[in-house]
Ligand binder design. Sequence first.
Ligand SMILES: Nc1ncnc2c1ncn2[C@@H]1O[C@H](COP(=O)(O)OP(=O)(O)OP(=O)(O)O)[C@@H](O)[C@H]1O
Length: 306
Amino acid sequence: MIEANDLTKRFGRCTAVDGLSFQVQPGRVTGFLGPNGAGKSTTMRMMLGLDRPTSGTVSIDGVPYQRLSDPLRTVGALLDARAVHPRRTALNHLRILARSNGIPARRVREVIELTGLSSVAHRQARTFSLGMSQRLGIAAALLGDPAILVLDEPVNGLDPEGVLWIRKLMRDLATQGRTVFVSSHLMSEVALSVDHLIIIGRGRLLADTSMTAFIDQQSDAGVQVRTPEPQRLHDVLAGAGITVTACADGSLQVAAEAERIGVLAAAHAVTVHEVRRNTASLEEAFMRLTADTVVYRAEQSRGTHR
Ligand SMILES: Nc1ncnc2c1ncn2[C@@H]1O[C@H](COP(=O)(O)OP(=O)(O)OP(=O)(O)O)[C@@H](O)[C@H]1O
């Protein structure tokens, strides 16, 4: 488990991380989200002992990273996929890491196969595309067969096959009971691969919740109803004291539970074609939650071109 307690990091006058407390539990994939500059990378760097907290703590299985007796076997990390010696081959990079951490050489072959790098294992890292570098970074993270994985934007640069692969990999790792902590800006991908969400904005915790509860909270309470008899249904629902709004596409927005709408429609023999709860996408829910904390925002275009 990873645990942050009142974790704070200041760079001069900039407070990058501001009193963050959360736990990352094993057995599930936890997504770490926030707008640009929210403090995600800084938090991950502190987890891995690469930055020192100004105050507060972050621990891995109860101890700070620096005090882990066998760090690579405890926590595997992908922070910067390009942080590999450019003239070193993938195989040598992993061999050196393995040797200096007392990991058997056969494990190098295993992670190369696991990450699909066999055909390029003898190529220098400087010739790698971003996607190949990401795979090499993931291979390094898996080298010590750690129970905890910290992955900063692992999907960056991967092709669709690679995206599917990492999704399945993270799912498998969590199913094996490991702790998987992953940051990403790709909301559609996060929605498919993550069970739990920790969302920050301007260094502060905004949400620590399951994916389903988050979408539920951020969704409108209303229900959209399609009917060939909108006026009749409107009158029936309004007569029951329910607020109904007609939409441009002919459907009705109804401020009531789907069950109640169904019962009233049936009682008055009104035909209904569809009753659908207004569920937000993760992207919409994220934008709603973080709107006030966005630091870098593109200016709205004011031109007349379309
Ligand atoms: N070494 C540093 N010196 C000064 N300021 C820093 C340093 N590292 C990060 N910051 C600042 O801390 C804040 C948080 O940055 P961080 O990189 O942690 O955000 P992030 O959520 O990872 O952003 P992104 O999504 O853009 O990668 C930003 O305002 C950034 O400019």
